[in-house]
Design a protein around this ligand. Structure first.
Ligand code: ADP
Ligand code: MG
Length: 747
């Protein structure tokens, strides 16, 4: 009975599977006919098509009637599989503009270059076609990698993966998240070949291409670049070129970003075929979301932390996202503010964190109200729910960076606010933002200085209490300056205009760290003497950084991270030109890391110093006095003369060395002979004690003569007794004899 039942249930499930397969095949045939018959003309914008009535969404196989899908507003009016439609419900019913404009083109297999504001729903605009394409091809695990979605950051890749899981939950396609830093790379290697959809960062994908045996992308159907302009920029160039070279050219490619690349060169690298350029907000008045309220405020660099602290203290019930320009700054501000307990949970996110910690922080900030300090790792694509304020403490590098940062709030239909603190020297950025096309509606506000809570004093005492924090503050100081120096837009970013001294004080630092990487013109000083606003103990000591800083632009990221900046100070010269040494102040911060010799350092980058301690490039010592200001002029005669002089000096030293050597050899030989004579004397004593006593004494005297006057050139001394046998022996023979005698004695 039991057996019969089992047989029956087996048959039923087989029948269900068969009907399922049949219905799948039928559905795919219907979808393909629908897509093919109603596809929009190339180059048209489906947004301009007449709207379809809400109930006109039917494609029926048999009677060949299909509704047009370009121009429709609802997901269920699109030629999508039932499984995808089920996955979209109940959250996604009506399409956003970018989805309406791009899906009709991407569903029929065209390459798409999509640009739309932040938070406008670009993710679904590529996830839906990825799933649908593989579904219609009946892709299975045996077919290998069918689609690759590339993201610039790990967090964004994880977010895309989540969205793919939501929309594709009724499909049987497999998907893998490949992001660097995860330990299970070996497990990944085993499974990556059986994945249909890969969501990855460029580095990790390339790692698999290089290391995973049999990793095969030859069947790839679709490539997607999210935040395409970022992935196509110089930072990822090498990786992306290597990836593209391993992908088949015959594929569909989708590129999406809020700030799309228009560079023909960039696009040529991807070998797009008649791409559809879809820029849904190109005619929009603003480049940023409509519900975003944007403020900019002039805040001097040395007051930015005071302003940030005051802002956080007055927004304790909001969700805040704070952007700073470097990991070190994020670390310092986070650690320092945490110790000062503002009354809101604090989090921090940057690229140098461990991967699992990074993902945990990202998840935490998605879930709870907090203040997150972050570098630009969080500026692109991340969809943190309900961020109230985006605060840019450090100026963004360009307009695109500004748009992406503020785009972390006011997502989809929600509201949001942003504030940018710009220092007086960065005013030009505001002009650029105000003149941007399309516009960025940014309102200028004046800082309310009365309400500002200065915290540099608190920071100074924190730094005294926590030496680690002091080291962090020094690194934050240096990396901030480096970040400004590395900026490409020199109209906005000018490191020489920064008030170094005041900035150091505002971080709570007792003195200004030496800035070794800056090139300063002769006579230019880094800082003005400390102002009376200084709150540190040393404020009365006029501290200025040295102006003979080493010029080294090529300082590596590793050096940047080493934190071994030397804390030196030079006391401002007194009127008579004399300088008093500062009492009781350390001259150097202990190095934590071992110094590394950079064997890859380019040749000719070593620095030498002149007699006054000024740094010079390696060959500068050979430069003529009439050298041009911008470089060094080499005078041939002078160089030759210098070499001649050097040669003569070397000859002289060589002669002196030889003489010294000779003298030493002579002394050694004399010593040996003395020993020998002593031994001989003892032997004779044994033979005839009495006779020996008188003769031995004479001999010894003679031998003494011999020892002291034996010349190097082997000539005997005229005072030497011809009857003395030792005088006739060569030195070597004497040494041999001595050794024989010694051996005899020992045996
Ligand atoms: P973008 O990539 O353009 O910055 P996302 O794809 O991250 O934007 O979407 C932003 C938010 O909008 C997400 O929370 C997403 O769930 C939501 N969203 C996207 N499309 C729709 C839609 N059609 N209906 C409702 N919400 C949507
Ligand atoms: Mg996005």
């Amino acid at each position: 009975m039991a057996v019969k039942e089992t047989n029956r249930s087996k048959k039923t499930s087989r029948a269900i599977r068969k009907t399922k397969r049949l219905s799948e095949v039928e559905e795919i045939a219907l979808l393909e006919a629908w897509i093919e018959s109603q596809k929009p003309i190339n180059g048209t914008n489906p947004l301009s098509f007449p709207h379809l009535p809400r109930d006109a969404a039917i494609g029926r196989l048999g009677d060949g009637e299909f509704s047009p899908y370009a121009g429709c507003k609802w997901f269920d009016q699109l030629p999508l599989s039932g499984k995808t439609k089920d996955g979209l419900k109940p959250k996604y019913l009506e399409m956003s503009d970018i989805q309406r404009a791009s899906l009709p083109h991407s569903l029929c297999g065209r390459d798409v270059l999509g640009a739309a504001k932040t938070g406008s729903g670009k993710t679904l605009a590529f996830i839906i076609p990825v799933i649908e394409k593989l579904y219609r091809l009946r892709w299975s695990n045996y077919d290998g990698v069918g689609s690759i979605i590339v993201s610039p950051t790990k967090e964004l890749a994880a977010q895309l993966f989540q969205e793919l899981q939501t929309v594709g939950k009724y499909h049987t396609l497999s998907a893998g998240l490949l992001i660097g830093g995860r330990k299970d790379v070996e497990t990944e290697k085993e499974r990556v070949n059986s994945m249909n959809i890969l969501i990855c960062t460029p580095g990790r994908l390339l790692q698999h291409m290089d290391e995973t045996p049999n990793f095969d992308c030859s069947q790839l159907q679709m490539l997607v670049l999210d935040e395409a302009d970022r992935i196509l920029d110089a930072g990822f160039k090498k990786e992306l070129d290597a990836i593209i070279s391993q992908l088949p050219k015959k594929r569909q490619t989708l590129l999406f970003s809020a700030t799309q690349t228009k560079s023909v060169k960039d696009l040529a690298r991807l070998s797009l075929k008649d791409p559809e350029y879809i820029s849904v907000h190109a005619e929009s008045e603003t480049a940023t979301p409509e519900h975003l309220n944007q403020i900019a405020m002039e805040v001097p660099l040395e007051q930015k932390l005071d302003m940030l602290w005051s802002f956080i203290k007055s927004h304790l019930h909001s969700k805040l996202l704070v952007f700073l320009s470097s990991c070190k700054q994020v670390k310092f501000v986070y650690e320092a503010f945490r110790k000062l307990r503002p009354g809101i949970p604090l989090l921090c996110l940057h690229g140098r964190m461990r991967q699992d910690v990074r993902m945990a922080i990202y998840a935490q900030f998605c879930e709870k109200r907090a203040c997150l300090f972050s570098t630009d790792v969080a500026s692109r694509g991340l969809d943190f729910p309900a961020v109230d304020w985006v605060i840019q403490v450090d100026c963004p590098e360009d307009i695109a960076a500004y748009i992406h940062r503020v785009g972390r709030t006011a997502r989809f239909s929600s509201k949001g606010k942003s504030i940018l603190f710009y220092s007086p020297s960065e005013k030009e950025m505001i002009t650029k933002l105000q003149n941007a096309e399309p516009k960025i509606p940014i309102h200028l506000r004046k800082a309310n200085i009365q309400k500002m809570q200065p915290i540099s004093g608190l920071l100074a005492s924190l730094l005294v209490k926590y030496p680690n924090l002091q080291a962090l503050a020094q690194r934050a100081f240096i990396t901030y300056l480096k970040s400004i120096q590395k900026q490409r837009d020199k109209e906005v970013f000018d490191v020489s205009k920064l008030p170094f001294e005041e900035f150091a004080v505002s971080l709570g630092l007792p003195m200004t760290p030496v800035i070794r990487f800056l090139k300063l013109k002769k006579g230019q000083t880094l800082t003005a003497p400390a102002t009376t606003t200084s709150t540190t103990k040393e404020k009365n000591v006029p501290v200025v950084a040295r102006n003979d800083v080493l010029a080294d632009d090529s300082e590596s990221a590793e050096e940047e991270d080493s934190g071994d900046e030397i804390l030196r100070q030079k006391v401002a010269a007194k009127a008579d030109g004399e300088a008093d040494p500062p009492a009781g102040l350390p001259s150097r911060v202990l190095k934590k890391k071992k110094l590394k010799i950079n064997v890859h350092r380019p040749i000719g980058t070593r620095f030498v110093f002149d007699e006054e301690g000024n740094s010079l490039p390696p060959l500068a010592a050979l430069a003529g006095a009439n050298g041009a200001d911008d470089g060094f002029h080499f005078d041939k005669d002078e160089v030759e003369g210098r070499f001649k002089k050097l040669k003569e000096e070397m000859k002289k030293h060589d002669k002196e060395d030889k003489l010294l050597l000779k003298r030493r050899l002579r002394e050694k030989r004399a010593e040996k002979k003395m020993k020998l004579k002593r031994l001989q004397g003892e032997e004779e004593e044994e033979e005839d004690e009495e006779e020996e006593q008188s003769r031995g004494r004479r001999n010894k005297r003679q031998k003494l003569y011999l020892d002291s006057d034996d010349d190097d050139d082997g000539q005997t001394n005229p005072q030497m007794d011809g009857s003395d046998f030792a005088s006739k022996m060569s030195v070597d023979a004497q040494v041999d004899l001595a050794l024989q005698l010694l051996n005899k004695m020992n045996s």
